[in-house]
Structures are given as structure tokens and as C-alpha cells.
Design a binder for this molecule. Structure first.
Ligand code: GTP
Ligand code: MG
Length: 310
């Protein structure tokens, strides 16, 4: 067990070997995680952000990789999961990696190379030389092309694959993204919490004038299970995101080194049973109303579970 003080880390772009945090959103991906983790290169940390999976995803992640950071998202949807994962990550570079086996972790070095070569944002694309997909349907390809064109016209970008979730960026870009992982754990989905997250990120990065490099990527078919994406519902959310982001005021936060602190963590300890299952806390130590920061010891809590929830 690590100690109870989360390491304060600042983002370093000059080290030549940035610490890589891989953020993996999961909703019932227990059968796919072994494939994904097996292909993972050596990285600083893997942050699995779970959305109330019922198939043992969290337990499988811990068994496969005892050093994994588990975050329980506080609302619903992939977008909320990503926001929670970004807030909990401690690396210099944040990589967004789906857990269904469609994104190949062996491509991570190519994304990181784009960033160390000068990009702020490394945008995966299935539609550049070297990229591809054996997953995308003709309908989705057409929808993506239309939305991609609209984005480029509205934001002056040259994206080739707007609706692709495999991307990476320097952690000090997070203020520009202006995502909201705060709030108690409730069963609701706010604007930005769904699959529109990628469009929101892509457009906010562009509006802030950051340097974007596209990275060819190959998308495989989901290995097990079913997609959570609904082509029309989520396509509409992407279109709405383009329009909303076009009129939304640009946040021009300075790119200052970011300090990751314990308060950044959004790991949820309100559910004693979940924490106990995750091996970070015993149910006996969580008695509502009696637990204070003083009672948390290294025996019962890891840095990864320090939270404002208690
Ligand atoms: N934590 C969390 N993860 C989610 C949620 N919805 C989807 N995910 C994860 O986000 C990733 C992408 O979701 P998919 O269902 O594969 O959707 P997609 O890749 O956009 O669509 P397909 O191409 O059809 O697979 C997967 O790793 C999912 O497990 C959610 O509500 N919460
Ligand atoms: Mg998928």
C-alpha cells in the first residue's frame, strides 16, 4: 500500500520521457480488459474509470494489474468518465484508450512521439495513410464525414476523423478543456457527459489555438460485448456539440504546470462495499459520520483513494 499523501506532480514537457497516464473508460468490459492490458506498453499509470459495471470489470482490472488506479465516475456516460479520469491522472501525457479492444495500446508511442515533437494534442485518425478500421459501418462513416466537414468549416480545423476516441494530449492542456468532474455520485447525465466528449475536446483545443497533429490509427472490432453508442442519438449530440461549442466563449486559460493533489481525486468512497471490493478500504472502517481524514491510515487507504467524499 502506498502512503496517504498523493504525490504532487507538475507537468514536464522537457524531460524527453514524459510520464504517460492511460485513461480507460469501462462499462462492462471484463472480457476485453485482458486483451487490452496485454498489449499495454510500459506506462506511468493506467487509470480505469468505471461506470457501475456489473460484470466484474473492476475486479478483473485489479487482478490483471495490481497497480491500476480505479476511479468510479460520479455521473453517467463516457464523457463524464473521461473527465473523472483526467482529474485523477498524475502523468504528463494523458492518453484516451477505449477498453473494448478496438484501440491498440501498441500505438501509444506514436501518439506520445507526436506530442514530444511539438504537438499539444495528438488526434487519432482512421482516415489518414496508415490508419483504418474494420469496425466502422457505412452509415457511421458517412455521418462522421458530414460532422467532420461541419467541424472544419465551423472551427477552421483540418480534422479527418472527428468522431474517433483515441487521442492524447499534454496534461497541462486540461484547463482549456474546462471539463467538470465535480459533484456527488448521482445517477444523472449532464451535457458533455456522453459521447459528445470527443467533439467538445476537439473543438475546445482548436478554439484555444493549440497545436494539433493527427496520428494514423487502426480501429479494430470490439472483441466482446455490445457497443454503447447509438448512431442517431449520439450523432445528434455531436452535431449539437458543434453548434454549442461554436457559440460558447473560448476559455483561454494559460498553460501552467498543473499540480495534481489529493483534492483532484474523484474516487468515490461513499460506497463502502465498492471500496472494500476494490481492496482499498475495509467495510468495517467506513461508518457513516464517524470517519474523518484523521482516521485514515496507510493500512486502510491508498493515495489513489483519497477523496473529498469522506
Ligand atoms: N465509464 C464508462 N465507460 C463507458 C460508458 N459508455 C461507454 N464507455 C466505454 O467507452 C468506450 C467506448 O464505448 P463503446 O461502447 O465501445 O462505443 P464506441 O467505441 O464509440 O462505439 P463502437 O464503435 O460501436 O464500439 C468503451 O471502453 C466503453 O466501455 C459509460 O457510461 N461509462
Ligand atoms: Mg467501441
Amino acid at each position: 500500500m502506498s502512503n496517504t499523501t498523493a504525490a504532487a506532480t507538475s507537468v514536464s514537457r522537457d524531460s524527453g520521457a514524459p510520464r504517460i497516464s492511460v485513461i480507460v473508460p469501462t462499462y462492462n468490459e471484463a472480457a476485453n480488459l485482458p486483451h487490452v492490458f496485454a498489449a499495454m506498453p510500459e506506462v506511468h499509470e493506467v487509470v480505469v474509470v468505471d461506470g457501475r459495471s456489473t460484470d466484474g470489470t473492476v475486479e478483473v482490472a485489479r487482478a490483471l494489474r495490481p497497480d491500476v488506479t480505479i476511479v468510479l465516475q460520479n455521473r453517467r456516460g463516457k464523457g463524464n468518465a473521461m473527465a473523472c479520469g483526467f482529474a485523477a491522472a498524475t502523468g504528463d501525457v494523458l492518453v484516451m484508450l477505449d477498453a473494448d479492444g478496438s484501440a491498440d495500446p501498441r500505438e501509444i508511442p506514436a501518439f506520445v512521439a507526436a506530442l514530444t515533437a511539438g504537438a499539444d494534442f495528438a488526434k487519432g485518425t482512421r482516415f489518414a495513410a496508415g490508419g483504418g478500421s474494420n469496425d466502422i459501418t457505412a452509415l457511421r462513416r458517412a455521418g462522421n464525414a458530414g460532422l467532420n466537414l461541419a467541424a472544419n468549416l465551423l472551427f477552421g480545423t483540418r480534422y479527418t476523423d472527428l468522431c474517433y476516441g483515441y487521442n492524447a494530449f499534454w496534461a497541462d492542456c486540461l484547463p482549456v478543456l474546462d471539463l467538470d468532474p465535480s459533484g456527488a455520485r448521482v445517477d444523472e447525465k449532464n451535457w458533455g457527459d456522453g459521447f459528445e466528449i470527443e467533439t467538445i475536446i476537439n473543438t475546445r483545443i482548436a478554439k484555444a489555438g493549440l497545436v494539433i497533429t493527427e496520428v494514423p490509427s487502426f480501429e479494430f472490432e470490439r472483441i466482446h460485448g455490445e457497443s454503447n453508442l447509438n448512431t442517431f442519438r449520439d450523432g445528434f449530440r455531436v452535431l449539437a456539440a458543434l453548434l454549442v461549442e461554436r457559440v460558447r466563449r473560448t476559455r483561454r486559460a494559460p498553460l501552467v504546470p498543473r499540480q495534481a493533489t489529493a483534492a483532484d481525486r474523484v474516487v468515490d468512497l461513499t460506497d463502502a462495499a465498492t471500496a472494500a471490493r476494490a481492496g482499498t478500504l475495509t467495510a468495517g472502517t467506513l461508518t457513516a459520520g464517524t470517519l474523518s481524514a484523521d482516521t485514515l491510515t496507510a493500512d486502510t487507504l491508498t493515495a489513489d483513494t483519497v477523496t473529498t467524499a469522506v
